[in-house]
Design a protein. Structure first.
Length: 404
C-alpha cells in the first residue's frame, strides 16, 4: 500500500479525535494556500506526496489552460505554464478568486514548479449536455496524477450534474474513462486520479471501470466532496481492483459529496465555512501536511442526505428526468449561460422562472409539487428525528416500544 493511503486509513480515527480537540481550542485557521506558503520549499524527494498535494493537484484542473497545455505529450512545467497564464491574467476565467494565487505559489515553489503538464483536454457541448476538462501532472518517480475538473459556472455544467439523478452514466464519465486509458497508453508507472466535486466523481468512475491492466497501475484515487455513483453502478463494484485505493474527503456539512451511492472509504474534513459554502476547498482546514479531520458530519448534512435519498427512492428515473427538464426549461426563459448571470439579476430572473412554472400543464405541475413535497417532508421528518433522538425521555420511550 502506498504511503498516502496507508496514512489516511490507519490514522483516520486518531486524526479525527485530534481534530475534534483542535476545534475546541483556539487556533489559526490554515488552508492549502498556507500549506504552499510554508511547505512549498520541500521537494517530493524530501517529503512524501500527501493528501494535501492531492487536493492542490485536483484543484489545478480548474485553471484556464486551453492555450497553454494541449492534449498530447508535449510537456510544459507548471512554472512555464504560469508565465503564459499570468501574461493574460485579466482575461482568463477564474472559478474561485484564490485560483490565480494558488497557481502562482505552485509556480514559485520548489515542490511544484518543475512538475510537467501533459494531455490537457477540454470538452463543452450544449447538445450532449457535457462540460469536461482534465490535465495530467507528472510526479517524480515515474508517477502521473490525472486531475479532473468539477462543475464550472455554466448552466450546461450544472444540468449535467443533475443527469446523475436519472442516468446510469453521464457524458463526462465516459470521457474520463477514455482519457484515463489514453494517458495510461502513453505513460508507464503508477497512476493517481483526483478531482473536486464532479471531478471527484469522474476520478472514481474512471478508476473503477478502467481495464484491469490500467486499474492495477492506479495507486490512489482522491474524490474531494464528489458525488457517489448511480445506485445501479455500485451494486457490482465490490470486486473492482481500484476500490480499495479510493478515498472520498468531504466537509462536515457536505451536500454534494452525500449525493448518490458510495462504497469507498470516506473521511470528514473540518471546514471554516458554513453550510453549502463548505464545498469550497479553500475553506478546508490543514495542519502541516494533513487535513483537520472531525469525527462526525452535521445535522444539516445528515438531513439533506436522507432527503436526497428519499427523493431518489420515491420518484422513478423517468419522473426525475422530467423534473430536471422542467427546471432547466424554466431557466432557459432567463436567457443566461452561467449561474453568475442567473443570480446577478436574481429577482428579475426568478419572476421569469415563476411565470414559466405557473404555465405548466396539470401533469407537470403535479410532478413538481410531488418532488417538492418529498423533499420538504423528508427534511421536516429528519429534523424531528434528529432532535427527538437527543431528548432522554423520548429515547427511553423508543426503547420501550421496541421491547413490546
Amino acid at each position: 500500500m502506498n504511503y498516502i493511503l496507508q496514512k489516511t486509513k490507519e490514522n483516520k480515527e486518531t486524526r479525527s479525535k485530534k481534530g475534534d480537540q483542535i476545534l475546541m481550542s483556539e487556533k489559526k485557521i490554515t488552508n492549502i494556500i498556507d500549506y504552499l506558503t510554508w511547505r512549498g520549499d520541500l521537494s517530493f524527494e524530501a517529503d512524501h506526496f500527501n493528501e494535501i498535494d492531492a487536493l492542490i493537484l485536483a484543484r489545478f484542473s480548474y485553471m484556464d489552460l486551453k492555450d497553454i497545455v494541449y492534449n498530447d505529450q508535449n510537456a510544459i512545467t507548471i512554472a512555464k505554464a504560469y508565465e503564459k497564464y499570468s501574461a493574460d491574467l485579466e482575461k482568463r476565467p477564474k472559478f474561485a478568486k484564490e485560483d490565480p494565487e494558488l497557481f502562482r505559489l505552485m509556480a514559485e515553489s520548489i515542490r511544484f514548479k518543475d512538475l510537467a503538464l501533459i494531455f490537457h483536454e477540454f470538452i463543452f457541448s450544449d447538445e450532449e449536455v457535457e462540460q469536461f476538462s482534465s490535465v495530467t501532472i507528472e510526479l517524480p518517480g515515474n508517477r502521473h496524477y490525472l486531475s479532473f475538473r468539477g462543475t464550472d459556472d455554466t448552466i450546461n455544467g450544472w444540468k449535467e450534474d443533475l443527469l446523475m439523478t436519472f442516468e446510469k452514466t453521464i457524458p463526462s464519465q465516459i470521457d474520463a474513462l477514455e482519457y484515463t486509458h489514453l494517458v495510461a497508453k502513453h505513460t508507464s508507472g503508477d497512476l493517481f486520479l483526483g478531482g473536486h466535486s464532479k471531478g471527484g466523481n469522474l476520478a472514481v468512475y474512471a478508476a473503477l471501470f478502467s481495464l484491469d491492466e490500467v486499474a492495477a497501475r492506479i495507486k490512489g484515487v482522491f474524490s474531494f466532496d464528489g458525488p457517489g455513483l448511480h445506485e445501479d453502478l455500485v451494486k457490482d463494484i465490490d470486486d473492482k481492483i481500484a476500490l480499495p485505493v479510493i478515498t472520498t474527503y468531504m466537509p462536515q456539512s457536505s451536500f454534494f459529496g452525500k449525493m448518490l451511492s458510495h462504497r469507498e472509504l470516506q473521511v470528514i474534513v473540518n471546514s471554516a465555512a458554513s453550510g453549502v459554502m463548505q464545498h469550497d476547498i479553500y475553506s478546508w482546514e490543514v495542519i502541516r501536511k494533513d487535513f483537520v479531520l472531525t469525527s462526525e458530519d452535521t445535522l444539516v448534512s445528515r438531513v439533506f442526505d436522507q432527503a436526497f435519498h428519499d427523493y431518489l427512492a420515491k420518484l422513478s428515473s423517468i419522473e426525475r428526468k422530467e423534473v430536471v427538464n422542467i427546471i432547466f426549461d424554466a431557466i432557459e426563459e432567463c436567457d443566461v449561460d452561467t449561474m453568475e448571470d442567473l443570480t446577478k439579476h436574481f429577482v428579475f430572473n426568478i419572476i421569469k422562472v415563476m411565470k414559466h412554472v405557473n404555465q405548466l400543464d396539470e401533469k407537470d405541475a403535479k410532478l413538481v409539487k410531488e418532488a417538492i413535497g418529498i423533499l420538504g417532508d423528508s427534511i421536516k421528518g429528519g429534523i424531528i428525528d434528529e432532535f427527538s433522538s437527543k431528548i432522554p425521555f423520548l429515547k427511553k420511550g423508543e426503547k420501550e416500544e421496541k421491547k413490546q
